[in-house]
Design a protein around this ligand. Structure first.
Ligand code: ADP
Ligand SMILES: Cc1ncc(COP(=O)(O)OP(=O)(O)O)c(N)n1
Length: 258
């Protein structure tokens, strides 16, 4: 059985973060492990509280995992502070796992900061360089590329800007485009579009977490980056189309639709 590690924050309401990752990994019939970087008090209506895990304890979780059940791939989500990022980076350099998917979670769709402003430098200069693939959404890509993104052409320009400081695979997610849900991969100088019809579903909490952990599962299976993303895109599309409707706000996906 392939083993996939999620390093991310906990979402007590189960739609995003560690909980979405574990559901996704389990739905891919793989063994899920978690190193929890923060506890959040959130639900489908917003994020109401965050407690960061002490960086030393994040490191201790990673030691326990890496020394015992070595992962075939790693997905990294919410990493709110520079010290937590530096601890994770130190452990990644020490243990050298393959297939690292970095979802640079910054602000939840409900508008709450999940990455402190002073963590940006460590994210860009220390964590992202270790990634096999990064998966920013439009707002995150705007922040990383320091340009506004409104169109698919803008997505291509932003990917080129990001490639100025990161030479790995860049997936800019288009879930927040107006009329389509087209994601762009920039890989080895090539643009590849993963097109998607925009599904009319207000319940889209945890789409980014789910996509990135599905990519990590596919990489763990030995698939190449393009196939890993295409299959993850198919998975997220199905999970959205399944039309689960829970909670009073933007509800979670149906991870078990298959
Ligand atoms: N309404 C939608 N219809 C179809 N696909 C969507 C929709 N919303 C998001 N997606 C897909 O979900 C994945 C996550 O994208 P996005 O929502 O942009 O990320 P995030 O959750 O990080 O904001 C992408 O593959 C995107 O295309
Ligand atoms: C603990 C935690 N991590 C990440 C997120 C953000 O989830 P994401 O899938 O990127 O997007 P939205 O759910 O905000 O659409 C989160 N909310 N909580």
């Amino acid at each position: 059985m392939k083993k996939v590690l999620s390093i991310a924050g906990s979402d007590c309401s189960g739609g995003a973060g560690i909980q979405a990752d574990i559901k996704t990994i389990t739905a891919h019939k793989m063994y899920a492990m978690s190193a929890i970087t923060a506890l959040t008090a959130q639900n489908t209506t917003g994020v109401y509280g965050v407690i960061d895990t002490p960086p030393e304890f994040v490191g201790q979780q990673l030691d326990c995992i890496m020394n015992d059940i070595f992962p075939d791939s790693v997905k990294i989500g919410m990493v709110s502070s520079p010290l937590i990022i530096e601890k994770i980076v130190g452990k990644l350099i020490e243990y050298k796992p393959r297939n690292i998917v970095v979802d640079p979670v910054m602000i939840s769709t409900s508008g709450n900061r999940l990455l402190s402003e002073d963590a940006m430098d460590a994210l860009i200069n220390k964590l992202i360089p270790l990634a096999t693939v990064i998966t920013p959404n439009l707002a995150e890509a705007e922040c990383l590329s320091e340009m506004e993104i409104h169109t698919k052409e803008d997505m291509q320009k932003a990917a080129l800007k990001l490639s100025g400081f990161y030479d790995g695979n860049i997936l800019i997610k288009g879930g927040h485009l107006k009329s389509t849900a087209d994601d762009l991969l920039y890989s080895n100088g090539e643009f590849i579009w993963f097109t998607g019809i925009k599904i009319d579903n207000p319940n889209a909490h945890g789409t980014g977490c789910t996509l990135s952990s599905a990519i990590a599962c596919n990489l763990a299976n030995g698939l190449d980056i393009k196939t890993s993303i295409q299959q993850a895109k198919n998975y997220i599309t199905g999970a959205l189309k399944a039309g689960l409707d829970l909670g009073k706000g933007s509800g979670p996906l149906n991870h078990h639709y298959r």
